[in-house]
Every structure is written in structure tokens, then in C-alpha cells.
Design a protein around this ligand. Structure first.
Ligand code: GAL
Length: 379
């Protein structure tokens, strides 16, 4: 009898706790857990508008940078937003870290597209460096440029430095000498997706087309290795091939050293982390805002060789990344990692949802990301 009463009390307590959490969520107060794909408000009760984002860990705080998206339409009207947190579930809105320019003709003029911003801290210069994918106003997705901005403080405002294609006039390290010499007969490759066209892509068709002006750079992330070297990882060659390019010591430019990975593999949305000296990368296929089956790769060195593995997801919807698309993996102390993805809502990109899940490892040491309705990031 006592036992039953005790159970009832526990159930009642749990029930009020759950209702309490929901009420708090509704009013945007303290969040107790992370609830993937649910509306996620900041501490002012406003919807968190930081898509395609990434996290900077600095000075005992986390800073979440992401795309500030409008309620309708997809061009950037505001810029890159920044939130801060000490516990990873309660986020304080800080400010617009990088604002679009009101000046006509500016590369970041209001109406451009800023995507997938990532910030890293440079210990040598003491500066925070923001990289993002930039499309020029009115040009759709044809510019395929990388933008750089810097700040002396984590929250900014960041000063736009410039935008560029990557490593003009330089061949990737792993394009063979024969392929560097190939004279492509472009009339043969007008039709995409034929076996001949695919082979040409693998052999560097688009690398060579873009050699003079620099390689295309769309979906992107950054990675700082243990030795302080930083890398820019981006979808290039018409989104058909990922490239990894080393950044200069101040993290504001490319050194010229870069490789191609999975030529013709059609990977987007790269997210990377290093665990037990293995580099792991999770990407998506290329289906725009619609979810698809994720891919996973590993390598013993950032320069490869990169090997493909089955995707790491387990649970309902795992075969389509639970409806999301990767954006970042946050590395925490003690070998803990959080996988972050966006569930895009193209009719109202502002309200695209977030999936954050912890990464576990199976017996063989491969990452496993299991669906959780809710969880608490206590590490
Ligand atoms: C996705 C990409 C997003 C955005 C979108 C535009 O494939 O991952 O970052 O560029 O396409 O349609």
C-alpha cells in the first residue's frame, strides 16, 4: 500500500515537473532540457534565430552563431546572430554579430545570402574570426564565395574583411599531374550526370574551370586542430566535391594548401570533430532544404586518406537524419560531443527547427547518434 502511494506521489511529482517544463518553454524562461525539433526560445522568450550555425567555446561560455533568417523569403535581411549560454540549453540573445550592409554595391549588401557562419578564436592574434558562405545580392547561388569578418570580442560586432573564391591559381595537392594537364573539351560535358561527365568531374573538370578565379565555396565549416592550425571545409565544384583548405596563421586567408575529398560525391553541410586522434566528418547529400541520408567519413589525418562509413543515426527517421541536415559538431571536454542539425522550414526559414543530440561511440569506436525526445546536456 505504502509502495503504491509512494509511486503515486512520484508520478504526480514527475507530472508537475513535465507540465512545469512545458510552461517554462511556453514563456521562454529557463529551459531544463534540449528537446530536438521543438520550438526553442531564448531567455527573452523569442524564437532562437541562428540557423546553419556553430558554437564557439570561449572564457567559460558558449557562443552560438547562426543565420538570422526572415519569416518569409530567404535572402539575408539582418545578418549573423549571436547567442550566449553557460549550460547549452538556456540561451541569451546577444546581438547581430555581423550585420548586412545598407550600402548599395557592398558585397554584404542587405539582400545578399549569408549562410553557415562559424567563428573560431585565434590565440596568436587574440581575434575572433568569422567565416561564412556568401552569395551576392540578386545573383542566386552563383557567386559561391567565402566571407571573412573579425572582432576583438566574441559577440562582435564583427568587421567584414572581404569575400573570396578559394585558392586562385593553385591546384589541390591531390589532383594528379596528368589531370592538371588535361585540356577539357567542354562541348562534351554540357549534359550533366552522364558517366563521362561524372568521370570528368572526378578528374578535375570544375577545378580547372575555376582555377583562375578560385574554387567555389558554399556550405562550410571550420576546424581548429590541437596544434592551433585551422581549416576551412566547404562544398566546392558545383557542390560535387568537398575541399579542405588550410588557413593562414591569423585564420583570415587560405595558405594555398588544400585537398579534394570524395570527388563527385555530392556532399554538403560538413560537420567535423576529432576523437581519439581520428577525424570524423558527417555530411548530407544535396537535396536543398529537404532532408536526405547523411554520410560519415573518417581519416587518420586531416589530409586523409578519408574513408566512408555508414551514417551514424539510430531511431525513427534515422535514414533521413531525423528530418535534419548537419551543421556542426560541438566538442566538449572529456570526449563529449554534440551533433547539431537544422530541420529546414523553407516556407518560413526563420522557424526552421534544431536537432541537437549527444554523440556516443560503439565498441569499434565509431560515432553513434541515437534519437532522443529530450535530454539534458550534463557533462
Ligand atoms: C542546402 C544547403 C543550405 C542552403 C540551401 C539553399 O542544400 O545545405 O545551406 O544553401 O541548400 O537551397
Amino acid at each position: 500500500m505504502m509502495n503504491i502511494n509512494f509511486r503515486m506521489v512520484v508520478v504526480w511529482l514527475l507530472g508537475s515537473f513535465v507540465i512545469g517544463v512545458q510552461a517554462h518553454e511556453r514563456f521562454g524562461e529557463r529551459q531544463v532540457e534540449i528537446v530536438p525539433t521543438k520550438m526553442w526560445n531564448d531567455m527573452n522568450g523569442e524564437y532562437i534565430n541562428a540557423h546553419g550555425g556553430g558554437i564557439l567555446t570561449y572564457g567559460g561560455k558558449y557562443y552560438w552563431f547562426g543565420e538570422h533568417r526572415p519569416a518569409t523569403g530567404f535572402a539575408t535581411e539582418v545578418g549573423v546572430s549571436c547567442y550566449s549560454s553557460t549550460d547549452l540549453h538556456n540561451w541569451k540573445y546577444e546581438n547581430v554579430a555581423l550585420a548586412v550592409s545598407q550600402e548599395a554595391g557592398s558585397e554584404i549588401e542587405k539582400g545578399c545570402i549569408m549562410e553557415r557562419p562559424k567563428v573560431i578564436y585565434n590565440k596568436k592574434t587574440g581575434k575572433f574570426v568569422l567565416w561564412f558562405h556568401l552569395e551576392l545580392k540578386g545573383k542566386g547561388y552563383e557567386a559561391a564565395r567565402a566571407g571573412v569578418a573579425v572582432s576583438d570580442t566574441p559577440t562582435g560586432p564583427y568587421r567584414f574583411v572581404r569575400s573570396m573564391r578559394v585558392n586562385p591559381k593553385i591546384y589541390p595537392l591531390n589532383l594528379s599531374p596528368e589531370n592538371r594537364k588535361t585540356q577539357w573539351d567542354w562541348s562534351k560535358y554540357k549534359e550533366w550526370w552522364t558517366p563521362e561527365w561524372h568521370k570528368a568531374v572526378v578528374d578535375g573538370l570544375f577545378v580547372q574551370r575555376d582555377l583562375k578565379g578560385g574554387q567555389m565555396s558554399r556550405d562550410m565549416t571550420l576546424f581548429v586542430d590541437d596544434d592551433g592550425k585551422a581549416y576551412h571545409i566547404y562544398s566546392s565544384e558545383e557542390n560535387l566535391t568537398l575541399q579542405i583548405a588550410e588557413l593562414t596563421d591569423n585564420y583570415q586567408d587560405h595558405t594555398g594548401k588544400y585537398i579534394r575529398i570524395f570527388p563527385g560525391g555530392h556532399n554538403e553541410a560538413p560537420a567535423i570533430f576529432k576523437h581519439n586522434n581520428i577525424y570524423w566528418m558527417i555530411t548530407s547529400g544535396c537535396t536543398g532544404w529537404a532532408p536526405n541520408e547523411a554520410r560519415m567519413f573518417s581519416a587518420p589525418s586531416i589530409w586523409g586518406p578519408w574513408t566512408q562509413h555508414p551514417h551514424p543515426f539510430i531511431g525513427p527517421g534515422a535514414e533521413k537524419t531525423f528530418g535534419g541536415q548537419s551543421t556542426y559538431v560541438l566538442s566538449l571536454p572529456e570526449n563529449k560531443y554534440i551533433f547539431m542539425a537544422d530541420v529546414w522550414k523553407p516556407d518560413s526559414l526563420m522557424y526552421s527547427r534544431y536537432i541537437w543530440l549527444p554523440i556516443d561511440f560503439d565498441k569499434a569506436g565509431s560515432p553513434v547518434i541515437e534519437w532522443k525526445n529530450s535530454w539534458k546536456p550534463v557533462f
